[in-house]
Design a protein around this ligand. Structure first.
Ligand code: ATP
Length: 255
């Protein structure tokens, strides 16, 4: 068992893709501890294994070796059904492109997985979703179709959907990668709020200004976590100076 302060623990996680010849050893022994309420950004050059790491530790894919423990329970031995259930109830996901159903409103897209996660508590799920839509400034467009809102609003809706079942951890893979800088800042403001509300976040990003919002940045090189930088709590006042410091550190890593 891990201690109560640890939300996610990865021990010697490896991932080898055997579909290629020779097999690609993409993760080569990752140790990472994510504490409750922590916001971690994963950075590294293109191809260093960031997305593979996120998928391997979030149950979207299976690691080839090592252990992943969520809230002290090991994921690696779970069946596909058990894993799906855990993803639905204890994990939230935000991707670069929001995957929403075109025939539903924004509100119903956000609500759908929360209802699936807690089918016996429909009023609770509806109340949580309404509060999230309000909190992230999209309640006024919640009745719109998904083509009738901006990219930033769509990503904030993705975040609401990720949070609606009150997960233990939220995984985000380049959540601002498809957005212009204004919308990117909107989404990062929302993620910063989520973090302040106490959620635990792991985010893959190429963008130092996004990574600068995190408490800690870990750097991946050729499938190994080679270094990490503790940034402390983000504040808007010190954002520029903090980003400059992070960029200096990233340059030392060869980014
Ligand atoms: N399903 C797969 N089969 C074989 N190789 C794969 C597979 N998925 C990823 N890879 C390889 O694994 C390596 C790491 O890929 P990954 O997408 O994790 O890197 P990344 O750091 O997220 O890159 P980027 O920043 O460009 O998104 C790459 O060389 C990629 O080609």
């Amino acid at each position: 068992m891990t201690d109560r302060q640890t939300t996610l623990e990865c021990r010697a996680v490896t991932k080898t893709y055997v579909s290629t010849d020779p097999p690609a050893e993409v993760l080569r022994g990752i140790d990472l501890t994510v504490r409750e309420g922590e916001f971690i950004a994963v950075m590294g050059a293109s191809g260093s294994g960031k997305s593979t790491l996120l998928y391997s530790i979030s149950g979207m894919d299976r690691p080839s070796g090592g252990q992943v423990l969520l809230e002290g329970s090991e994921l690696t031995g779970l069946s596909d059904g058990e894993m799906s259930r855990l993803r639905l109830t204890r994990m939230g996901f935000v991707f670069q492109q929001a995957h929403f159903l075109g025939n539903l409103t924004l509100r119903d897209n956000v609500l759908l997985p929360a209802l699936k996660a807690a089918p016996r508590d429909k009023p609770g799920a509806i109340a949580r979703v309404e509060a999230l839509l309000e909190r992230f400034g999209i309640a006024h467009v919640a009745g719109h179709g998904i083509t009738q809102v901006s990219g930033g609003q769509l990503q904030r809706a993705s975040l609401c959907r990720a949070l609606a079942s009150e997960p233990a951890i939220v995984f985000a893979d380049e959540p601002t990668g498809a957005l212009n800088s204004r919308m990117s800042a909107e989404v990062m403001d929302a993620l910063t709020q989520v973090h302040r509300d106490g959620s635990t976040l792991v985010m893959v990003t190429h963008d130092p200004s996004c990574a600068a919002r995190a408490d800690r940045v870990v750097y991946l090189r050729d499938g190994l976590l080679v270094d990490s930088a503790e940034l402390g709590t983000w504040t808007a006042d010190a954002a520029g100076e903090r980003e400059d410091r992070l960029i200096g550190w990233l340059r030392q890593q060869g980014f």
